[in-house]
Write a protein that binds this ligand. Sequence first.
Ligand SMILES: NC(=O)c1ccc[n+]([C@@H]2O[C@H](COP(=O)([O-])OP(=O)(O)OC[C@H]3O[C@@H](n4cnc5c(N)ncnc54)[C@H](OP(=O)(O)O)[C@@H]3O)[C@@H](O)[C@H]2O)c1
Length: 310
Amino acid sequence: MCEEARPRRSRVLVVGATGRLGGNLVSASLSAGHPTFALVRPHHLAVPESAPIRSLTDAGATLIKGSLDDYPSLVEAVRQMDVVICAVPTKKALEQKPLIRAIKEAGCVKRFIPAEFGLDPTKVQICGMDHGFYGKKIEIRRLIESEGIPHTYICCNLFMRYLLPSLVQPGLDAPPRDEVKIFGDGNTRGVFVKEADVAKFTICTIEDPRTLNKTLYLRPSGNVYSMNELVDLWEKKINKFLKKIHITEEQLLKNIQDAPLPLKMDLIFIYSTFIKGDQTYFEIDSRIEGTQLYPHVNYTTLNEYLDTLA
Ligand SMILES: NC(=O)c1ccc[n+]([C@@H]2O[C@H](COP(=O)([O-])OP(=O)(O)OC[C@H]3O[C@@H](n4cnc5c(N)ncnc54)[C@H](OP(=O)(O)O)[C@@H]3O)[C@@H](O)[C@H]2O)c1
């Protein structure tokens, strides 16, 4: 059981704090005034002057040595917390099982946010091509629910840093300036959210009773674009028309089959977003998503993000 009387602000543990989303979660939690703790693997603590460690300590986070592979370290860390947020990569999703066991054993965590932060794994359509990517997230959801752990799932759609820097052109590291591939008819809309904003919305949920045992969907109105709209916006920014190469659904499916990893996963996300996508399911209220629930949160629009690339 918890060792001490609960402080006024929730104490937040971020697992995966040295990662890209994890670092943003730590910053957002500290900005919101929460005592914030970063579970850091021993190899980092051996180099206390390294950039990831300096940025956590300079921001004001308290480091806790631990790992998902070290169960006693998890129990000890979790026993001091009100909130646990996990931001390990999807390939490690199932490694959250000991963390869930530790949360159950500690018995004091009021909210657990597992490593999801993408499309809704129960709704996405990928025709079984994803090598278990979403199946692992669903397995973790079912374990959380069967253990009765208070939780919130964050479904934020695509991070801006993923696919958007190339204008959804896998293999490029900058947006195209001559020709552009359009997948399908180009009219299905996808949603992009900056990681720092995902983190801010995530922190808003942790003490909010409206999000208890619910999924928070992020679909900011300024960030919902089809490929046609995206290309149109980009052409205006660079003041040039691009040659359009249309890739049909059949061709994309064939490309997915033939592509090596990690390109295959990029194409699968394009297929599930820009061909099969429909990110219009909201749970807390049939109409409400994150920006409506937390209208005070400023977020980066896609238009602003593309300005940084032009
Ligand atoms: N929606 C999107 O477009 C999108 C794109 C990418 C990721 N995501 C999601 O964002 C989340 C985080 O991804 P990310 O790209 O930010 O991850 P990342 O940068 O790869 O960071 C992973 C973090 O997990 C830690 N970690 C790995 N194994 C661990 C273990 N056994 N015990 C404790 N910590 C461990 C790493 O620690 P070390 O520093 O010690 O290795 C690191 O801090 C995931 O849920 C992922 O699905 C979404």
